[in-house]
Design a protein around this ligand. Structure first.
Ligand code: GLC
Length: 677
């Protein structure tokens, strides 16, 4: 059962699309559920969260929800975020952020996924799901100020809360309360995006592939060593001076021919598209945007100027239907060249600086010149300079002419901030339907809000070559699935900092089971293509094992989408009464049949594994060489060399193991054998 609590006049986010069975809460219930809050007082303990008095269309008082949690209650959800699968013990803030330091101390990453499940330990039937449909800031204090209290603060009085209760009669076919909540929630937000099958192949990316020749060289290196691969990415350097929908003609002469030649080798090229449109006379996209008034504006009607890769840019107003359609049609030039995959980036949107704020900072710097900078003034100065990028004040400087069901509304960006990446991706995806209805196109984004899951996947942004980030990426998988995001993955090997052969190998050991298996690194870091290391054979082996398992993963993915359920299942979902299973956060069920237990520590010879049920261990040594061993439920230390992939099949289940191939599509035509009982 899903009940809707409408407060004030909410902005239509288009997160919920199937509301036919959603009932409205009575006024008295609404008053009980969320209470008016004095925002200044409510936000003070969290520090650093500002709150503006609302504006005309948005003038209801802010609201707060409080509930006590007993010790065993678990809070799941929040999609892309830091910390555990159980979100208890920290405070999270929904605010799409361009922040490349994914440390425990953070409260937000690139996505804003306001859905949680409160799993009631004492009375499972009283468990509930809660979705706060509000595109501005929402604070989820999940046992931070008080370890047994959940406090949700919505920085506006205009929002909709959806409360999902388990279907007690099992009418929806769910096996337990938690799955029932997920299924009902996923139903109301609509079916998740399904990518083309090749997007389940291994993919290579790097920021700083400078030319077609360099990319050919990468592909040749993979093919020569028979390491399967399906896609290579074009990061910002393929463009002409970082201008969207252009290609640098000097470094990529005859682009369409290049795309075609790559396709002959079964390689898909996937270019990046950035949110900011370069301000440059003579550049078509810029000139069209100006002519039609399609860019976000400041209060005085001037187009807002921010700085990103190309320097000065404008942001397309993707919340406006006409502007969205126009921006979406920009992808045509690349589609026409044969491209069938894109990644949308910097769409929080990331702002290195705004022209106006930068000027204020420069003026201030003049004041500091020649002064004795003491403890106070030095840190003030430092904070000011460091605060130039992604400055919160800048998000209050520009406006959208957002299309709403009853017409256009002018809305200040910070009130709808979390919808930008969603609508940029929607722009692309809607135009694909129009421009290339027969093409199956890969699409994923960095920033997102629930609802975007219908249009594309996400990657989890600029992580580091840190061991802890293998585990963090694993923990995000089920949380993302709960929020509808199914085509997901992290930068394998780590984006920032220098990777090592062992780290990359272990990361690959997890990525074998993740839909988006993309190796990506930042410019200036150590090269981390799989052939750059000593033990290339092992990397080849790991990738071929992935290809052998791809049809299983593909089916698990498809089924999870069709049934509105999880592909990645926390052990606590399968065994809610088993306290150890509930607390195990470094293993996952993948689909209905297998459980994975990747190694995520340096110099490990194996790891402890908890089996909540009897299972068969599969020790894969290569795509067609494996051993099976039966285990009873219990705790074990399992030796797992980095060269092997170890996972478990549930009793009574079987999975197909295909003959591997050079590229994904070919695998599906191969023969397979079934392993397990
Ligand atoms: C951002 C993206 C990263 C990309 C870089 C250059 O940092 O998150 O993936 O490589 O921009 O485009």
């Amino acid at each position: 059962m899903v009940k809707k609590y409408v407060y004030g006049r909410p902005f239509e986010t288009y997160a919920v699309v199937n509301a036919e069975n959603v009932s409205d809460a009575a006024e008295s219930e609404k008053r009980e559920f969320f209470r008016e809050a004095d925002m200044k007082k409510a936000l003070e303990p969290y520090g650093g969260i500002t709150w503006d008095e609302p504006e005309d269309w948005n003038d209801a008082p802010a609201m707060q929800y409080r509930v006590r949690m007993s010790d065993g209650d678990v809070v799941y959800g929040l999609g892309e975020n830091v910390r555990g699968i159980n979100k208890r013990g920290w405070v999270y803030e929904s605010k799409c952020s361009d922040d490349p330091n994914h440390t425990e101390s953070k409260r937000s990453l690139y996505g804003a996924h306001n859905f949680i499940i409160i799993a009631d330990a004492d009375n499972p039937a009283a468990s509930k799901g809660l979705f706060i449909d509000y595109p501005g800031r929402v604070i989820f204090d999940i046992g931070y100020l008080d370890k047994n209290e959940l406090v949700i603060t919505v920085c506006s009085g205009n929002f909709t809360a959806y409360v999902v209760s388990p279907a007690m009669d099992g009418a929806d076919g769910s096996d337990n309360h938690l799955y029932s909540i997920v299924r009902q929630f996923r139903h109301i937000i609509g079916k998740s995006y399904v990518p083309p099958r090749w997007a389940f192949g291994y993919q290579q990316c790097r920021w700083s592939y400078m030319s077609a020749d360099e990319i050919c060289d990468v592909v040749d290196n993979y093919r020569r060593r028979n390491i399967p691969i399906d896609a290579v990415y074009l990061d910002i350097d393929y463009m002409e001076r970082y201008k969207d929908f252009t290609v640098n003609k000097e470094t990529f002469p005859d682009f369409a021919d290049f795309v075609r030649k790559m396709r002959e080798k079964h390689i898909h090229l996937v270019p990046i598209i950035d949110a900011g449109v370069k301000i440059e006379d003579g550049y078509g996209t810029y000139e069209e945007g100006i002519k039609n008034g399609y860019f976000c504006k400041e209060a005085d009607g001037e187009d807002f100027v921010a700085g990103v890769w190309p320097g000065r840019v404008h942001f397309p107003d993707v919340l406006n239907e006409d502007a969205r359609r126009w921006f979406g049609h920009g992808y045509k030039v690349l589609l026409d060249a044969g491209i069938d995959g894109f990644w949308n980036d910097m769409n929080e949107p990331a702002i290195f600086y705004s022209e106006k704020h930068l000027k204020e900072v420069f003026d201030k710097i003049d004041d500091y010149k020649g002064k004795n900078l003491d403890i106070q003034s030095f840190f003030e100065f430092k904070g000011m300079v460091e605060g130039v990028a992604n400055n919160l004040g800048d998000y209050e400087r520009f406006y959208h002419r957002a299309t709403q069901p009853d017409g256009e509304v002018v809305v200040r960006h910070d009130h709808v901030h979390n919808l930008y990446g969603f609508n940029m991706t929607r722009a692309a995806s809607e135009s694909f339907k129009e421009l290339a209805p027969d093409k199956d196109i890969l699409m994923f984004s960095r920033a997102s809000y629930i609802g975007m899951h219908r249009y594309g996947g996400i990657w989890t942004g600029d992580n580091h070559a840190w061991w802890s980030h293998i585990l963090l990426s694993l923990k995000m998988l089920p949380s993302l699935n709960m929020c509808g995001f199914m085509y997901v993955g992290s930068d394998v090997g780590g984006f920032n900092d220098n990777t090592t052969e062992e780290l990359l190998m272990r990361w690959m050991g997890l990525a074998v089971f993740v839909p988006l298996m993309r190796n990506h690194a930042a410019a200036g870091t150590r090269y981390q293509e799989l052939y750059r290391f000593t033990d290339t054979d092992t990397f080849k082996n790991i990738v071929t094992m992935r290809y052998a398992l791809t049809p299983y993963l593909w089916e698990a993915y498809r089924r999870a989408v069709e049934q509105d359920t999880l592909m990645y299942r926390p052990l606590g979902f399968e065994h809610p009464e088993d306290k150890v299973a509930v607390a195990t956060e470094d293993q996952l069920y993948v689909g209905e049949d297998i459980m994975i237990c990747p190694v995520y520590t340096q110099n490990a010879v194996g790891r402890y594994v908890y089996l909540p049920e009897p299972m068969t261990m599969v020790r894969m040594k290569s795509a067609d060489e494996y051993e099976l061993e039966k285990y009873e439920a219990g705790h074990y230390f399992v030796e797992i060399p980095a060269q092997e992939i170890v996972f478990f099949i549930r009793d009574g289940h079987r999975i197909p193991l295909y003959k591997s191939a050079e590229y994904t599509e070919a695998v599906f035509g191969n023969e397979c054998e079934w392993i397990g009982e």
